[in-house]
Each structure stands twice: as structure tokens, then as C-alpha cells.
Design a protein around this ligand. Sequence first.
Ligand code: ARG
Ligand code: GLU
Length: 727
Amino acid sequence: MELWIYKSKIMKKLFSSLLLSFLIALTFVRADEGMWIPMLLDRFNIDIMQREGFKLTAEDIYSINKASMKDAVMIFGGGCTAELISPEGLIITNHHCGYRSIQRHSTVEHDYLTNGFWAMSRDEELPNPGLTVTFLVRMEDVSDRILSKVNDAMSEEEREKVVREESRKIVEEATKRTIFKAQVKPFYLGNQYFLIIQKVYRDVRLVGAPPSAIGKFGGDTDNWMWPRHTGDFSLFRIYANKDNEPAEYSPDNRPYHPAYFFPISLKGVKPGDFTMVFGYPGSTYEYAPSYHLKMLVHDLYPKLIDIRDKKLEIINAAQEADPKVRIQYAAKNASISNSWKRWIGEIRGLKKLHAIEKKEAFEKRFQAWADAEPQRKVRYGSILQEYAALYPEYGKYDLWSSYLSEVFARYGIETVGLARYFHTLVSMVEEKAPPEKVSDRVMTLKKRTESFFRDYEPAVDRQLFLALVKKYEENMPRELWPPTLVKWEGKEEKLMERLYRKSIFTDADRMKDFLEGFTSASVKKLKKDPAYRLSEEVAEVYLSRIWPEMQNLELKKKRLDRIYMAGQMAFRQGEHLYPDANFTLRVTYGQVKGYEPRDAVYYLHMSTLKGVMEKDNPDIYDYHVPEKLKELYRNKDFGPYGENGRMPVCFIATNHTTGGNSGSPVINAEGHLIGVNFDRAWEGVMSDLMYNPDQCRNISLDIRYALFLIDKYAGAGWLLKEMKLVK
Ligand code: ARG
Ligand code: GLU
């Protein structure tokens, strides 16, 4: 009897492991598409990666036992990736990722944005308070622990609460008596959970940046486009305390000595070469139902594109007319235009791909599969109908909340956005907070408003006010209008005149006087200020009319998303599906490859300095080429970085990347750094929703262009000495 049980256990084990290997063999993983979890490469990806040419092992990429590539990749600031390129803590990321730091150090006398910045020794490297880099220490699957705490009978709120509470415990246990930071993140839309343990370094100094005419060459004209010629990189250095551990800035800190850094390849790339991108993709929606795509393509994107068209029209004209405004609004313009342009591309890409029809066809098959078996039917049979019922409501609220913030917050009517920051101050005074707290707040607001007014031109904001208020009135139901708009309907221009004449939020001097003379009696004045009042009304509309229902709909959607994801995983059992991006470290791999953007046109995989010269145009700001670069080009002075008399600049490949992957290392078959990822090509930007191997390309800076610029353009060759260059 006992023996029998024993035997059957062995049999069972044997059988299940056979089954498992059978399933794995069946499991189909594509090249190109996918953003993979580094600790699971071993299981799902490494075979195909090696078949595609990769010469190293999964352990070389991610290991908790030895130094691996993951020790050389970090989150840069809050939304980019960077990688180590020397044993002395030197890191490289994009110019657009370092932009704010470069801007903060820039003054009229030292305009590093325009002229570039190069430390010529370590003493000249510039500290950046607030800038951090975050390493992944390790990750761990905690799905069992979290999911054992929840069940299907729970309401979505309950479930969220339980998950939050259990995550908190896991984080606490994992970080107790350590300097680590941790978080538990949902994967597969809440079907799995991983604990992410991180280490944050806080002394990160600016080492070098090319002038914007190189680092941002092509500007918003070329953004999201191939062929590209942008030298989009900047250099920083991580500093640590004497034990090599994180510390606040101190002149006594020393360069961080990493466990691993990337050797740099001088070999360059050719079509078909294996490439891998290792970084932090932000978010994707690959498993969303057709309803989601319809919402974006038919409703949300067109409305948002339209309102940003207007903003850009106003800002572009003002920038063209006045060089001061051009500088003041450069970063705002870039930010408004970046998503605007991507949305346009996404719509085109989704249409060309017939993405909605593809999703619908898939949903038909899914429904048939779900209906074919009673248990499945219970679990998944009604999910698509529920989506169909939810999306009209969800889309409406999503649009309202996006629209409201487009008009009154993020680079909309800026004075109203600024006024909202004073809400806390008013509450503090009214709730009789301690005076030192109040004066702290006033100090904060002083700094904030000073930097606000540096990049603010009332004439531009007045135009934005008029245009955006009209858009709001045209597109938002009347019951969502702030009372001021109702009152001044048809007299918007008068409202605008009055507001800009009276408000402290439209004039740097009035603001300065107000804050300098601030007493608790000033609150009365503030509450009468027309911009402040409008901002309060807008907040009221949002908080009482939109937000609560939006929360409710989000929860409903979350539940559907989780179940539908589980359903898709069960339905597509033969494939191993990758989880949507969630700003955790991922690996994507593919190959260097050109593409056919439209009939009869083929784009090559690589751009060169010749293309920079071809674009050179003194009449177009985005295409000014620095004299020194022209000279180097004329003399073909490319040093060891050129290739057959040409200087490579950027290249494209089939790696599946998204926002957040900016600055990510692009690695060749040998594990050497060949580029720095910074963008995607126009025809393929719908890859956040549906990937198309024929059209989706990530754009990388060829690392040799960075080396050439550091060495030949900047004369900062001292930096090359600490790198490991391989031929
Ligand atoms: N499109 C790239 C990304 O999404 C680059 C953005 C910065 N450059 C610009 N010209 N706006 O972040
Ligand atoms: N430029 C993007 C970023 O800042 C990367 C481009 C993309 O969306 O793939 O992360």
C-alpha cells in the first residue's frame, strides 16, 4: 500500500515533468515582439535568443549569484533608463533624459543647452540635487502569497485592499534592516505579482552633453521618425560613499564602483545582427479588447490631437516670432508635441494594421472557445459583453478627465494650473497650521512661481486661455462647466481680459509682491483672485463630478482586464505570452533591420553624418548644424569610430520598446554595447497596442557617434580612457 503510494507519487512527478517539458517545447515564443522578464529568460527565451545569434547565457543577463548585466542598468530619474560604461561609475543615457538637469545648470553666461557641457576633469562634474539612479537588486515571484489572500467572492475594492496590505507586509519583510527600497508590482494585469527590490543612488553628476543642435538635432520635426540623425545622449557619473554605498551629495563621495559595466563595441552593426535592449518600458496595452482600441482611435485620440493642434499652433507661432519665447516654450512644446505626434502615428498604424478588425476576429474565436466548455463559460463567457457595456461609460469619463486636464492643467492654461498650487496654502491658513509650516509653504511657492515665470509669456497664455476655454465649451457637457464659464458664456474675451489684468497669477511682479507681503489676511485676496477662483471651480468639477465615477469605472475595468488576461493565457496556451510593460526591467530582442514604410520605398538600417549635412538648413531651427561638426565632416576626421569613410549616427532594429526605454543599452550578440535606444519609427508607434514585425522599429544612437562626439567634437578624450572599447 505504502509502496504503491510512493510509486504513484514518482509516476505522477515523472508524468508532470514530462508534461511540463512537452508544454515548454510546444510553447511558442516569437523573436522581435515581447518585453520579457529577465529572471525568466532561462525558462522561456534563451534558446531562441541563442538561435538568433546571442552568444551569452541567461545568467549573464540576470543573476543574483554573480555580477550580470542587470547590475549595469538602472532607472534614470523618474522615467528613463541609463547604463554603466566604466568601472568608475560613468553612465550614459539620452540627451532628452538629461535635459532637465542640463537646463538647470544653464544660464545666459553658461548656456549648456545651446553649447553643450563637458567636464574636463572629475572636479568639474556637476551635482544634480534630486536626481537619482535606481538599480534592481533582485526580483521574486510572490504571486502565490498574494493570490492566496484573495478570492473571486471579494469585491474589487476588497481585493485591492487585501493586495495592498499583503504587498506592504512583503515589502516590509524584504527591506527590514536594509537600505533597499522595494515594491510589489502586478504583472499580467493582476494575475501575477513580483517583488522588486531596488537600491537608489542619490549623488549623480552631470559629466557631458552635446549641444542641443546635436543632442536634439531634428527636434520635434524629426521626432518619432526615421531616417533620424539625432545625437541623443548625455553622460553622468554615479558617486557613492567610501563604502561604495548610496549617499547624499558630498564633495567627499567617490565614483561608484559597479559590479558590472558594459564594454563598448566599435564593430558597428549590419542587417540581421542580433540586438537586445535591456531597460524600463513604461506601459503597453497589448491584451486590451477591441473596445479599447475603438475608444482611442475613434474618440479619445482625435479629441486630444485636436486640442493639442490648437496649443501647438499658438505656441509655434509665438516661438517663431520671438527668440525669447522660443527658449521659454521649448520644453513645453517638446512635451506637448511628443504625445500628440505619437497619437497621430498610432491611429495611422492601427488602421494600416487593421488592428480593430484583428482584435474583433480574435474575440470571436475567444468567445467560441469560452462557450465550448461549461466552466470556461462561467468564467470567461460574458467578459466581452461586459466590456461592451463598460466602454461607452468608461470612454466618456476618460475623455472628460483627460480633456479637463488638457485645458486647465498640463500645459494648458498655465495660470490656472499654477493657481491650483496655492490650494494647500489656503487650507493651511484656514486650518490654522503652525506659522513655520505656512512660511515653509510660502517659500516653496516663491521658488515654484519664480521658475514658472521664467518660462512664461502672458501674451501666449492669453491666447491659450481664449482658445482652450472655447474648446472646453464645445466639447464638455454644460453641467461640467465651471460656474465662471457659465457666467461669462459668449463673453470669453472679456473674461480673459479681466483675469489677466487682475490676477496675481499672470504677472511675476504682482506675484512677488503678494508672496513677500504674505500674511494670513492675504488669503482673502487670494480667494478673490479670478485665476484662483477658476482653479477652485475646476477642481470642484473634477473632484465631485468626474473623479468618483472614474474610480468606480477603473475598478470595474481592472476586474475585467484581469479575467480577460487570464482567459487569453488559457486560450493561447501554446504560446508564452509576455506581460504588458509596467516600468520594470525587461529584455527585448530582435535584429538590425530596415523596413518598407510605404509602397516602393525601403528605409536602410543605418543613418550617417552625411544625412546631418543634407538636413543642414540655417532657416530651420531644428536643422542648424554646428560649424565644428561640419568641419569634422569635411575633413572626414572620424578617428577609429567611422566606417569606410562614413560616420554612423543612428540605426534601427526590431526590438519591441516603448516610453521609458529611452536611454536603454542596445547590446550585440557578444553582450557589448552598440547603441543607446531613444525612439521608435513613425510607422510602428502603435506597438504599445499591437506589434507589427514588418513596421515596428526602435531607433538607437550608434554608440560610435557618441564616442566620436566625446573625442573629436568635445575634446573630452579623458573619458574614453576609463571605458572598455572592443574592436
Ligand atoms: N519620442 C521620444 C520619446 O518619446 C523622444 C522625445 C524627446 N524629443 C522631442 N523632440 N520631443 O521620448
Ligand atoms: N523617447 C521615448 C522615451 O523617452 C522612447 C521612445 C518610445 O516610446 O519607444 O522613453
